[in-house]
Design a protein around this ligand. Structure first.
Ligand code: NAP
Length: 508
């Protein structure tokens, strides 16, 4: 692309940041409702979001695939009940092709700065590919897009390979190597059993043991697939069954924590049946109520830990040497490589540093360490800016795609109402924004995430849970079905605000 072309401002009605399930879901619904004037901006060189980035050995979904897929794009062909990463990415690519989204996608386009231009009533967006202008900007960057690299003294000086699970270095052969794994979250419990089979020694640094339930994964039969293909209603019914089964967790998470005794008993039984060594059993037994952190599903993690080449060091990490890792309890282990299963920047999402509202301040400055958004979607002082999967829309129990679809519906209805009423600008009223977030935070002390006695990434630096939705997901869907215009201040299009530049068609 020539420098001149890079400088030309590209325009569209809607700009979408990110091409994971959230961004693609937004784009598809726009297309379905006849809005073709949108551009998807993707920082990577391929679409796919977190399921593109996370391709570590064993990467799979821990929500059943029949639920973890778009409601409007059922997939009768899932080969297993819990699809693995390549199959999920294939599914995504098929949906992208079906809705012809590549022609609206600008790859390698990193959003550096987005600012609300009050005079033009538009978002001016600077990217690594030049400037853009949008009437409406949708952030769909998701909560799991920026790997968290721990600030451990000596990490930069380690002489062997070091990589994060979300940036797996497939050029590194771990076979026969002594490997340290830091972290025992949802990612680590999936890749540990895979790499355990090939490494000579695996030193697992476990700061907090997670609760695990068995993973009911099995290959789907040809008969089931053919029935789902021929009678879509059967797959739909199966999806409903899964949805309501998962939804039952909300009762224990947010209302009656005593209910969590049952899954905790099952998890204890799972642990006892898979680990016979009492010392190891003690090391990996959590000391908090199940559900306080994400409940993990695995049937091969505990057996891997019980193998002779694995040592669980039940401690955080205090230092890293040129060829060793030292635990907070002072145990030093010599290793050839380090894999970080240390999670993501969830409560300090990077996009918050790049988006500036009407007052010229960034989302991060507005939030002061605690994210918030009205109905998980809008922030006061940031007109025409929407989140898909914004603050407090995360789940610890069910499919995030349900929340994606609910969030997207809110934006779609907003656009339709703006058209209908000749509105150019909507901004959530400060008191609605404040009250909504006070309401969310008032519910938190009763939840298992606060009462359960653990520290987790659900809580931010101020100790607030700004990540999870503290209610049934159908409630969220009901709240986002209609864009509540009365909660917003609105402005019509100002004549002087007509664009100086001609609309530029999107190109892939
Ligand atoms: P995570 O759940 O945040 O786990 C990070 C792990 O690293 C924790 O064990 C944490 O210990 C540890 N850790 C972090 N910093 C550390 C430090 N400085 N020293 C020592 N240990 C440290 O991250 P994740 O496993 O990548 O999973 C993140 C989320 O991704 C999941 O909760 C889930 O939502 C999603 N995920 C989903 C799937 C799926 O199947 N759908 C699969 C993988 C991931 P503490 O517990 O003590 O903080």
């Amino acid at each position: 692309m020539s420098t001149e072309a890079q400088k030309a401002t590209r325009r569209a009605r809607v700009g979408i940041i990110g091409t994971g399930f959230a961004g693609l879901g937004m784009a598809i619904r726009l297309r379905q409702t006849g809005v073709d004037d949108f551009i998807l901006m993707e920082k990577g060189d391929r679409i796919g979001g977190t399921w593109r980035d996370n391709d570590y050995p064993g990467c799979a979904c821990d929500v059943p695939s029949n639920l973890y897929s778009y409601s409007f794009a059922p997939n009768p062909e899932w080969t297993t009940t819990f699809a693995h990463q390549p199959e999920i990415l294939d599914y995504t690519n098929r949906v992208v092709a079906e809705y012809d989204l590549l022609r609206s996608t600008h790859l390698n386009t990193f959003v550096q700065d987005a600012r609300w231009d009050a005079d033009a009533q538009r978002w001016q967006v600077e990217t690594s590919q030049g400037p853009y202008e949008f009437d409406v900007l949708v952030s769909a960057t998701g909560p799991l897009s920026a790997p968290s690299i721990p600030n451990i003294p000596g990490l930069a000086d380690f002489e062997g390979p070091v990589f994060h699970s979300a940036e797996w270095d497939h050029s590194v052969d771990l076979k026969g190597k002594r490997v340290a794994v830091i972290g025992t979250g949802a990612s680590a419990i999936q890749f540990v059993p895979e790499i355990q089979k090939e490494v000579s020694e695996l030193k697992l640094f476990q700061r907090t043991p997670p609760w695990l339930l068995p993973r009911p994964e099995y290959a789907t039969s040809k008969l089931r697939r053919s029935l789902f293909r021929r009678f879509p209603i059967l797959q739909k019914l199966g999806r409903e069954y899964l949805y309501w089964g998962h939804e039952a967790y909300v009762i224990g998470f947010t209302r009656f924590s005593g209910v969590m005794k049952l899954p905790q008993l099952l998890a204890q039984r799972h642990l006892r049946s898979q680990i016979k060594d009492p010392a190891l059993r003690e090391k990996v037994t959590p000391n908090f109520t199940i559900g306080c952190k994400r409940i993990l599903l695995s049937s091969n993690y505990y057996p891997a830990l019980a193998q002779p080449n694995v040592e669980v060091i039940a401690s955080g990490v205090s230092a890293i040497g040129k060829g060793s890792v030292t635990s907070s309890s002072g145990e030093e282990r010599e290793v050839d490589a380090i894999v970080l299963g240390t999670g993501f920047h969830v409560t300090d999402i990077p996009i918050a540093e790049h988006v500036r509202g009407a007052a010229g301040t960034t989302l991060a400055e507005e939030w002061k360490g605690s994210m918030q958004a009205y109905r998980g979607a809008t922030v006061s002082g940031f007109p025409n800016f929407f989140f898909v999967l914004g603050p407090n829309t995360g789940l610890g129990h069910s499919s995030m795609i349900f929340m994606v679809e609910a969030s997207v519906q809110y934006v779609i209805d907003a656009l339709q109402q703006m058209d209908q009423h000749g509105i150019a600008q909507v901004d959530v009223r400060p008191e609605r924004y404040r009250r909504w977030n006070q309401g969310i935070q008032r519910r938190m002390p009763d939840t298992i995430w606060v009462k359960g006695g653990c520290a987790s990434w659900y809580l931010d630096a101020n100790g607030r849970n700004t990540t999870l939705w503290p209610d049934f997901t159908f409630r969220y869907r009901a709240l986002t079905k209609r864009f509540d215009l009365e909660s917003y201040t609105t402005l019509p299009r100002r004549e002087a605000a007509e664009p100086a530049t001609e609309p530029t068609p999107a190109t892939a």
